[in-house]
Design a protein around this ligand. Structure first.
Ligand code: SF4
Length: 495
């Protein structure tokens, strides 16, 4: 593509032919205000807030629709341009309720920020404002109609990405209002993206409504644990409790999008049934070192009496690469035990949306990475289950990161036949009552590490909240085990 150089407020900017002024400015870190433009939904040119002046051109132009030309001199902050934008802002705010103190978007609202930077700071409207009702748009979303600035981002998302098209504008002029078609709620698996991209507080997630002020929240960048797509997310927490998950942009993985199911995975973390203490069969709680000592003695005994082949360590596609690697290193390489991997839960089929966004049927975030970290070329789980069933494997060391361990009845029955089970998991699974030692593990939001998605892209996950009580991230339990067992586990990264 041909390169083009032009100037924004005297600064030389280089871009490729065909780009608009706004695209070139944003690429080069120059912020020109914009509402309706979104880099994954394209240009619409309806909000007019991106007006700029071009030298020797008497009229202001919308920078989101005007292509750059060689040597063009753009004046984004001339008096003419600023006055034009202030005029647009005055129109946008004409009927806006200015209810920032009670609006959920306050603190992350583009309209709020731009009105400080580009507005007049007062209204000249002498008549009463138009009022519109709050509308229930479906199971997840409310519309505060009078906050809507009619940018159309939500409509374009539902048409181009969700491909469901539930929203549209009704009426004309100041009476224009956003609405669903009668009797058709917004109920698609990616609908909550319109809450993320709405530049104002018009579209609100029912789940987050009035929960917290965003400036009180701590945000942590991580990866969604809901499926194998590896969507980039932000966890938002208040006082160590997760409040919501929003999408984070990564053009190479999830663009700007996240499915509704992924957004709700935070609800699995702070639940009543979380395991918070390590324990033995029968419910007696024990300290970590006591539980580890029992595990070490049992492994040594089985190795001496039955051979290392009578032991299997089973990793999890819900644990990080590093944790699965430690399982292989400690039990496979150092002890000589067999190594396997729990299957990933699968639900329905992959779902595809506009722009290439996908929700994967494989409901585990790290199957591919876990397989590589455990050194497994093929899925050997069923073979291992058969060996447990026949009695040739007697000692099972299982790591279950899945909040709902989804094994078929025959696999569960075989596992329960093992003479000894050590189980590490954050929530009690069906295996829990049978296990001889239970380690209280952690959820992905409570640990650092990496996940590898279905395309083989390895990405960082980060701890957003601290572990509950005596529970530990699995990597911590495994490192304590190595230390207590005098085992060497230093090695280069597995991937
Ligand atoms: Fe734009 Fe939000 Fe109104 Fe939709 S609801 S048109 S995204 S301001």
């Amino acid at each position: 593509m041909k390169k083009i150089s032009f100037f924004i407020d005297g600064k030389e900017v280089t871009t490729t032919e065909g780009k608009t002024i706004l695209e070139a400015a944003l690429e080069n870190g120059i912020d020109i205000p914009h509402f309706c433009y979104h880099d994954s939904l394209g240009k619409d040119g309806n909000c007019r807030i991106c007006l700029v002046e071009i030298e020797n051109n008497p009229k202001l132009v919308t920078s989101c629709t005007t292509p750059v030309m060689e040597g063009m001199k753009v004046l984004a902050n001339s008096e003419h341009a600023r006055k034009g934008r202030a005029g647009v802002m005055e129109f946008i705010l004409l009927n806006h309720p200015l209810d920032c103190p009670v609006c959920d978007k306050a603190g992350e609202c583009i309209l709020q920020n731009y009105s400080y930077d580009h507005g007049y700071g007062h209204s000249r409207l002498e008549y009463p404002k138009e009022h519109f009702p709050v509308k229930d748009l479906g199971p997840d979303i409310y519309l505060w109609t009078e906050r809507c600035i009619k940018c159309g981002r939500c409509i374009r998302f539902l048409e181009d990405i969700a491909e469901t098209g539930e929203l549209g504008f009704r009426k004309r002029g100041v009476k224009t209002e956003l609405d669903i078609f009668d009797g058709v709620p917004i109920d698609n698996p990616v609908s909550l993206n319109i809450v993320d991209i709405c530049p104002v507080g018009a579209l609100l997630d029912k789940d987050f409504l009035y929960k917290a002020r965003v400036w009180d929240l701590k945000s942590t960048e991580s990866i969604c644990p809901g499926c194998s797509a590896g969507c980039n997310i932000k966890y938002w927490s208040l006082d160590n409790i997760l409040q919501r998950i929003t999408a984070r942009s990564n053009k190479g993985v999830n663009d700007h999008w996240l499915c509704n199911e992924g957004r709700r995975t935070y609800k699995n973390v702070d639940t009543e049934d979380r395991l918070v203490r390590h324990s033995l069969k029968g419910g007696k709680t024990v300290k970590l070192d006591e539980a580890l000592e029992k595990l070490i003695n049992t492994c040594e005994t089985y190795k001496d009496k039955e051979g290392a082949g009578s032991i299997v360590a089973i990793g999890s596609p819900y644990l990080t690469n590093e944790e699965n690697y430690l399982i292989k290193k400690l039990f496979g390489d150092n002890l000589g035990a067999k190594v396997s991997l729990f299957p990933a839960r699968v639900s329905g089929k992959d779902q595809s949306f506009g722009g290439g966004f996908k929700i994967k049927a494989e409901k585990a975030p790290n199957y591919k990475g876990a397989q590589a970290a455990l050194g497994l070329k093929n899925d050997n789980f069923q073979k291992i289950i058969d060996e447990i069933d026949k009695g040739s494997i007697k000692c099972v060391i299982a790591f279950n990161g899945d909040p709902e361990l989804n094994l078929d009845a025959s696999a569960l029955k075989a596992l329960k036949k093992a003479k000894f089970i050590s189980l590490c998991e954050p929530h009690p699974s069906e295996l829990n009552k049978t296990a001889d030692i239970i380690f209280a593990g952690n959820m992905p939001a409570e640990k650092d590490g990496t996940f590898t998605n279905d395309k083989g892209i390895t990405q960082r996950i980060r701890r957003a909240v601290y572990k509950p009580l005596d529970s530990e991230p699995e990597w911590q339990i495994l490192l304590e085990l190595a230390a207590q067992w005098n085992q060497e586990c230093k090695a280069k990264h597995p991937l």
